[in-house]
Design a protein around this ligand. Structure first.
Ligand SMILES: [Zn+2]
Length: 111
């Protein structure tokens, strides 16, 4: 008698801040990979299904995404973690000299 079946593994890859497709909030999302493996006599042999999904921590909504998108998100996540070679998202709107939102100092539009 041959006993075979499947077994699912769930991996949490990263926590990303995304705009949720369900609730519309820019909330933290967990990026998960679910791997289903073929087992023989309860021994996992090889994965035959890999699926990626994001889950919103705000509303709990889960959305399946294609592998390409998951890899893209992971790459963006990795870039935002360490040194960013492109210098994006750093110092935006901060410390710009000569621009004071409070309107103090020289304001050319003052009457
Ligand atoms: Zn949500």
């Amino acid at each position: 008698m041959i006993i075979f079946g499947t077994r699912g593994y769930l991996y949490q890859l990263a926590i990303l801040t995304l705009v949720c497709g369900w609730c519309g909030n820019p909330a933290a999302h967990t990026l998960r990979k679910r791997v289903t493996k073929f087992t023989l006599f309860f021994v996992p042999l090889f994965p035959f299904s890999t699926k990626f999904a994001t889950q919103c921590t705000f509303c709990g909504g889960e959305q399946q995404i294609p592998k390409e998108q998951a890899e893209q998100l992971l790459a963006q996540h990795a870039a935002s973690q360490g040194g960013n070679p492109f210098g994006q998202a750093q110092g935006q709107g901060q410390g710009q000299p000569g621009y004071a939102p409070g309107g103090q100092g020289q304001n050319p539009y003052q009457r």
